[in-house]
Write a protein that binds this ligand. Structure first.
Ligand code: CP
Length: 337
């Protein structure tokens, strides 16, 4: 069986991404009736976190448990990776013991190196370049909150703020799926050409569109969804005064800006948020804010992704084969103890 990782949504076709989302919807429907099928019975997921996490860690761990498997939280400093053991050796060892490896790494190169050596699926839980599991969840959330009379290819998504790893992934998946994506930010905080070329190539194939602007009011005028993210992240503390001055108040998603969007427009944020910075409480807690539906969907999306990647790879021995091996082992045990 071909080994597939989940490092970048660009590695998946439009149809594969839609299949993944549809699979997630079916698993979510089962979950809502209290009957999540144990599709990953006894499977193990190794989870390496080089950075803190609430949603990603909890959603992957709970997803594995509810699917009948198990997740192991592996923290730098508590495993040998990068200190006493090479990436190659760690990838080989985890591949022998676990059915998949998840990693949140500081550098994107770390996860691509891990994937190069691993013999089981590797899942990207956020790097300095992208956050693919987040944005599959985001598209699922948009589908569930689709404005009346629209279909996926009609949707207009506007991202306001810094060109973060979430921005890159959201721009890539929306343009791949044929949606209309706008990013509003000061020029210094707009995406690099390499990212724009990927999104433009997606648009050429999908019929989607890409707009980059410095004008947030124009950017939200036709938006079905407004999305924002943190203006600074761990390691950017020295840049806080400069970044605050660049974004505030023009790019803050406050009621004044939200009211410039159509009356059906909904607000999204991947969280964690700095309330009162990139978005105000009035918008975060607005009746058209869907941030907690979005958060909950991380759990359902991780289930869909884990089943998509792992279910076809798991051995499912017959009752007869299981009884045979149990009998052999128990007979030997009776001889020796
Ligand atoms: N959105 C997201 O990835 O959240 P965490 O950093 O809490 O995992």
């Amino acid at each position: 069986m071909t080994l597939r990782h989940f490092i970048d949504t660009q590695d998946y076709t439009k149809q594969e991404l839609l299949d993944l989302i549809e699979l997630t919807r079916k698993i979510k429907a089962a979950d809502k009736q209290g009957c999540t099928p144990k599709l990953l019975q006894d499977a193990s997921l190794a989870m390496i976190f080089e950075e803190p996490s609430t949603r990603t860690r909890v959603s992957f761990e709970v997803a594995m448990t509810e699917l009948g498997g198990h997740a192991l939280y592996l923290k730098p400093g508590e495993i040998h990776l990068g200190v006493r053991e090479s990436m190659y050796d760690t990838a080989k060892v985890l591949s022998r013991m676990c059915d998949a490896i998840f990693a949140r790494t500081l550098k994107h190169e770390t996860i691509t190196e891990l994937a190069k050596y691993a013999e089981v699926p590797v899942i990207n839980g956020l790097t300095d370049y992208n956050h693919p599991t987040q944005v599959v969840c985001d598209v699922l959330t948009m589908i569930e909150h689709m404005p009346a009379g629209k279909k996926l290819e009609d949707l207009r998504v506007t991202f306001i703020g810094d060109a973060t790893n979430v921005l890159s992934s959201l721009m890539f998946i929306c343009t791949r799926l044929g949606m209309h994506f706008t990013h509003a930010a000061p020029r210094k905080y707009q995406p690099p050409q390499t990212w724009l070329q990927i999104a433009q190539a997606n648009c050429a194939e999908s019929g989607g569109s890409l707009t980059i602007t410095e004008d947030p009011v124009e950017a939200v005028r036709e938006a079905d969804f407004i999305y924002t993210d943190l203006w600074w992240w761990v390691g950017q503390e020295d840049e806080i005064p400069e970044r605050r001055a660049a974004f505030m108040p023009k790019y803050q998603v406050n009621l004044q800006l939200f009211n410039k969007a159509p009356a059906h427009c909904q607000f999204m944020h991947c969280l964690p948020a700095s309330r009162g910075v990139e978005a105000t409480d009035e918008v975060m807690d607005h009746p058209r804010s869907i941030i907690f539906d979005q958060s909950e969907n991380r759990l359902h999306t991780e289930k869909g992704l884990l089943v998509y990647l792992l279910y076809p790879r798991l051995k499912r021995p017959s009752q007869e084969l299981q009884a045979y091996h149990r009998g052999q082992i128990e007979a030997f045990l009776h001889q020796i103890v």
